[in-house]
Design a protein around this ligand. Structure first.
Ligand SMILES: C[S@@+](CC[C@H](N)C(=O)[O-])C[C@H]1O[C@@H](n2cnc3c(N)ncnc32)[C@H](O)[C@@H]1O
Length: 202
């Protein structure tokens, strides 16, 4: 396979998992640590809900806004510059939170998870973690990880340690425990590195 062969877009596959696992009511949904909005836009395409795109990087959000305009989705996309650790939304205000590939970069992952829990409406779910979607084609997954591992290896031992350290199910579970979310987790969690949890009574 040529190294430059373009891989299929993984965001629709991740969005499919979010919809299947979270079964969100229509309303306000969040893509947290959205970057340029790939997952949020895929969720917008697959629903009639309004997607709040949250990220501390204003430039990435501006690019997400451009993509939303080009796709005619800007009426249902709301960019918000903020961090997971301090989400500027009221308690119980959203129907779902999805976050792909971001928790590994948060300053305080347990605090971010507590914030996610706080903004969920009772009975609503969040899916936080990383991956390409459970039905992403096998050949493309293998090629994605081959390329990514080559990039990480090229960065040397420190880069490998920083990359691999948090990208383990044990690390994810430790963050959920530290956030006090152990009892809210829904098992089995989706494949790969995801936490799926539901807002309970408190
Ligand atoms: C690897 S990118 C992933 C972007 C996108 N979710 C995706 O799947 O392509 C990580 C994102 O997390 C964001 N991020 C970093 N620290 C954060 C924090 N404390 N709270 C929320 N997002 C954060 C970064 O700005 C960046 O956009």
């Amino acid at each position: 396979m040529s190294a430059s062969k373009e891989l299929p877009d993984w965001f629709p596959y991740v969005a499919e998992d979010v919809l299947r696992c979270c079964r969100p009511e229509p309303g306000l949904w969040v893509d947290l640590g959205c970057g340029t909005g790939g997952l949020g836009l895929a969720l917008a395409r697959a629903s009639n809900s309004t997607i709040l795109l949250i990220d501390p990087n204003a430039d990435a959000l501006a690019e997400a806004g451009e993509k939303a305009r080009a796709a005619g989705l800007d009426g249902r996309i709301v960019p918000i510059v903020a961090c997971a650790e301090q989400i500027p939304l009221p308690d119980g205000s959203v129907e779902a939170v999805a976050s792909r590939g971001s928790i590994f970069f948060w300053n305080d992952p347990p605090e971010g998870l507590r914030e996610v829990y706080r903004i969920l409406r009772k009975g609503a779910r969040a899916m936080i973690g990383g991956g390409l979607g459970s039905s992403y084609p096998r050949w493309a997954r293998d090629e994605f990880y081959r390329r990514r591992n080559a990039d990480v290896q090229a960065g040397g031992a420190e880069a490998i340690r920083k990359w691999e350290g948090p990208r383990r199910p044990e690390w994810m579970e430790a963050q959920a425990r530290a956030a006090g979310l152990r009892d809210s987790l829904i098992e089995p969690t989706p494949p790969h590195l995801w936490l799926l949890f539901e807002k309970g009574e408190s």
